[in-house]
Design a protein. Structure first.
Length: 207
């Protein structure tokens, strides 16, 4: 991918399906190669924001959002956490099927991948993983603010907050421990989205 410093602001980068290996020796990805970018973060951490920003910069990119697909989680989250928090126990057949279909079409993919490579079924499609490192309290505040703008009821927000401390916060900590460590790039969740996008584009230019 071209160095963003050499492009006009907002200029799209063109990828064409050439097949073959994606990674170049020494790091980076060659322009003209279709690839899949996964974006991980906690809820409210910036996944959707970065996916959309990258989708606008990469020509022909298809954006895929995690929440558009049903996900089956372990029935007892606390037991799951105590047993080691294996994200492979989370199932989303429709997300896996969509990623498989897009990979076969050899189109660039930018998708929300909150479980990263810790989830083998969908992580196998990730060529480049970005983790948006947003403090959990900031991510929570952003989530609540966004949901309020969307018109979610106070009862639904209250229900979310009731399970946040006992269940969701430990899940996000497990996510950070397992997913961030395997990321190709970690960006500061408090920085502007333009900075995130520039860092991704720079990290993926030919090495």
């Amino acid at each position: 991918m071209a160095n963003p410093g050499s492009q006009a602001a907002g200029q799209r980068v063109r990828y064409q399906p050439l097949g073959g290996g994606l990674a170049k020796p020494g790091g980076g990805y060659a322009p003209g190669v279709s690839l899949s970018i996964g974006v991980a973060a906690a809820a409210g951490g910036g996944k959707s924001t970065l996916v959309r920003a990258l989708g606008e910069r990469i020509d022909h990119a298809v954006m895929v959002f995690f929440d558009d697909h049903p996900v089956t989680m372990p029935p007892n989250p606390l037991q799951w956490l105590a047993a080691g928090a294996d994200f492979n126990e989370w199932k989303s057949d429709s997300l896996e099927a969509e990623l498989q279909s897009l990979r076969e079409q050899q189109v660039p993919i930018v998708f929300e991948a909150p479980l990263g490579r810790a989830h083998t079924a969908t992580g196998r499609f990730i060529d480049f993983l970005v983790f948006v490192d947003t403090p959990l309290e900031v991510a929570l505040a952003r989530w609540v603010r966004r949901r309020m703008k969307e018109g979610i009821s106070s009862a639904e927000i209250s229900g979310f907050l009731e399970i946040y401390e006992s269940v969701l916060r430990p899940v996000y900590r497990a996510q950070r421990q397992q997913v961030m460590v395997d990321a190709d790039l970690v960006v500061d969740g408090l920085a502007p989205v333009e900075d995130w996008t520039s860092q991704v584009m720079a990290a993926m230019r030919p090495g």
